[in-house]
Design a protein around this ligand. Sequence first.
Ligand SMILES: C[S@@+](CC[C@H](N)C(=O)[O-])C[C@H]1O[C@@H](n2cnc3c(N)ncnc32)[C@H](O)[C@@H]1O
Length: 279
Amino acid sequence: MTLYNPEHTKKYYNEYADKETERWNTSIVEQVKLYIHNHYLKKHIAPGDKVLELGAGTGIFTEPLSEVSGTLVVTDLSPVQLEINRSRAHKLGYSDQVDSWELADICDLSQFEEESFDKIVCYGGPLSYVFDKRDEALSEIRRVLRPNGTALLSVMNLWGTVDQVLEPILQTVSEDDNSKIIASGNLHPSSHAVSDHHCHLFRAESLRETFQNNAFEIITLSASNCLATKRADALEVLEQDPEKWQHFLNLEIQACVSPGMVESGTHMIAVIKRTESTS
Ligand SMILES: C[S@@+](CC[C@H](N)C(=O)[O-])C[C@H]1O[C@@H](n2cnc3c(N)ncnc32)[C@H](O)[C@@H]1O
């Protein structure tokens, strides 16, 4: 039986509504995560690209994508998230750069023709929400991506998340329940996780395997933050000096791709390229 329950995820995000936009502004550490996600967008999305954004949420990445893409199709599973995305684009004045807003589940992109996009952006964990359906999702992403096309994804990361919330875990989750969560990577009632936020937390190794099994070459695997994870106060001071701040951000980009650091932070970012063989 599959753990994926699109109705649960949809309801969760319908109720989460605009908190999604606020999430990135909650701390300087979140700002660093945003910088790193945007760094890869800037590096890989070329002017004029035909781009499909999956799980776009309220549009924190729709805005920068609208500035470069030739064609931009914005999708999400949640009608509430999609509507907020659309009204935010109108309010901030980039709605003309978006070709359409469409409801879509990453496991079923049948409304799109094969090989119809140069780039796909799937940031913020949609692949984590589909649990055991990840191969279906990647097969759909592969189908609608043109040959040699690139996809950028971010997923929830197991050990970086444990590191971030270790004290509450130790205080509120029993050792037995926690072992089930760690072994499966699943924040889900089947592994006795009590939160309403059901998702799979990846290890770097299983993420690499998932891409390789679905005929994707990994161009970059990066933590979404690493040096920044436990230094909020020091970063607030550093940010006041633009030169030192940029120096820090450059170091952070390098540290995040170091193989020993890739599981730091709450998310991993992957840039993957469609290869031509599924064998
Ligand atoms: C954490 S939010 C990320 C939003 C945005 N991409 C960002 O990074 O800020 C996850 C989004 O993925 C959407 N989502 C979850 N499962 C999905 C699925 N199977 N197909 C498409 N979207 C999905 C949710 O509705 C939500 O808007």
